[in-house]
Design a protein. Structure first.
Length: 462
């Protein structure tokens, strides 16, 4: 995946790179990607960089207020770096307010800014006057290089490590741990200091290995960073790779649809026994918890009080769909979407009557979502689409605006070319338990004994 796709760069973006461990390389790499797409790209700094780094960019020029000269340079080179002066081998930045003038007068498609310094360190906390992020910035990219993992928390490896020690009590000289990086990244006074309120934030974990333990640790950092509400996503990769982003971790919530009337079952099907005699709904939610979904919303209808009682010990949100009798599945999906936290990037739709749901399938769907640029992901068995389905936030409004008699299938068919299908080796993604026969078929497939539901109900009523 390219940097511009991972960062979801749009024309007109003002992008500020902060932190340490690859800011300049990320800025240069992103600039060339945008040039390949035919964009006119300006770059500058609000701090300073080494003069020899200007050779990485097609053209660098001193800005004197002549917007026409800059526009001509963009037409010729497409990627231009602007500075105020060069003194003793250092490129000197203009005043941060200069950004406003630049945006108002120069016809570029994007402005890339190195807005922080780390003096070569891979990880940093800002000093009092750092970073220098222009107010017009629309996207902030905090950067950390993961070669800092297991290195000592000291001046040689971490910029201003004292701020981390003072706030969190990290022991000076101790090996840098993965959770520490996530904690600092999401901290409003450290990793997110100075970020404009309206700016999007996409963190970049640079120098991640494509495989192995290092990548697993990157995922731990990403999950920790995403616990804060400001970071939209975390890109994991290495800026020097041909495809610099290996995956993008985002906050994914689960919506469990458990509002069915169960008219053909004679009792709420989500409460029927499954493994270890646990109710089906409890079993399904436990699989989602094992899969580490960020937020789980269970949408109830028929039998809501009992479902809520069963799930009370778990850390999940239970919401009642008041329209469950007439609204069909769509009303439950809308109820679930409205209950998602604002920071959620996508929702995984899970059927509450699909008891053979497996964490390995959930993991595969989540993994492919992280590795691809598409925001609609569905498992497929023998070319048949099943559940759970991931739906990115950009499609939620379209779903919420469907009429009462509408169907989710309408939206999926409208965007079929954008759906990423993940082939799995189990038909569990297609099976639910709408009837007593289907329930017992699923029990047998799961290695459980069949149950006579009518006999069971008679026994319970005695």
């Amino acid at each position: 995946m390219k940097l511009c796709d991972a960062f979801e760069v749009a024309r007109g973006d003002v992008i500020a790179f902060i932190g340490g461990g690859g800011k300049t390389s990320a800025l240069v790499g992103l600039g060339y990607e945008l040039v390949e797409r035919g964009w006119r790209v300006l770059a500058t700094t609000t701090t300073h960089i080494q003069a020899d780094q200007l050779s990485l960019i097609p053209h660098a020029m001193r800005y004197t207020g002549d917007a026409e000269a800059v526009s001509e340079a963009l037409s010729c080179y497409q990627f231009v770096f602007l500075y105020e002066d060069i003194v003793d081998g250092r490129v000197i930045a203009p005043n941060v307010e200069w950004t406003t003038e630049l945006l108002d007068t120069v016809d570029s498609d994007a402005l890339l800014i190195e807005a922080d310094k780390a003096d070569g360190r891979s990880f940093k906390a800002p000093l009092d006057n750092e970073p220098a992020i222009p107010a017009e910035t629309s996207l902030v990219v905090p950067v950390v290089a993961l070669n800092v993992l297991d290195k000592p928390l000291d001046t040689a490896h971490v910029y201003n490590h004292q701020a981390m020690t003072e706030k969190y009590g990290f022991f000076p000289g101790a090996a840098v741990h993965a959770p520490w990086i996530g904690q600092v990244l999401r901290d409003e006074e450290l990793g997110l200091k100075g970020v404009p309120a309206r700016a999007r934030v996409v963190a970049f974990l640079n120098q991640t290995t494509e495989r192995g333990y290092n990548r697993q640790r990157a995922r731990i950092i990403a999950r920790s960073a995403l616990k804060g509400s400001r970071i939209q996503s975390v890109a994991v990769g290495s800026v020097r790779a041909s495809q610099p982003i290996f995956e993008v971790q985002r906050s994914v919530g689960a919506i469990v649809l458990a509002a069915g009337m169960s008219t053909r079952m004679g009792e709420p099907k989500m409460l029927l026994p499954w493994v270890d005699n646990k109710p089906i709904i409890l079993h399904i939610v436990e699989q989602l918890i094992r899969s580490r979904l960020d937020h789980i919303v269970v949408v109830t209808g028929h039998g809501s009080d009992e479902i809520k009682r069963v799930l009370k010990p778990l850390d999940v949100e239970v919401v009642h769909n008041k329209s469950y009798r007439t609204g069909e599945m769509l009303s439950s999906i809308k109820t679930g979407l409205r209950a998602m936290p604002p920071s959620t990037a996508a929702a995984m739709l899970v059927l509450g009557d699909q008891p053979r749901l497996e964490p390995r399938v959930i993991y595969r769907v989540l993994k492919r979502y992280a590795e691809d640029t598409r925001h609609l992901v569905a498992p497929s068995y023998m070319r048949r689409r099943g559940h759970p389905i991931i739906i990115g936030k950009q499609y939620w409004r379209e779903i919420l605006e469907l009429p009462k008699d509408g169907n989710l299938r309408t939206v999926l068919e409208r965007h079929n070319d954008n759906i990423l299908y993940v082939e799995v080796d189990t038909d569990s993604i297609l099976r639910d338990v709408d009837t007593p026969f289907e329930y017992n078929q699923e029990r047998l497939r799961a290695g459980l004994a069949a149950l006579n539901l009518e006999q069971r109900r008679n026994h319970q009523s005695e």
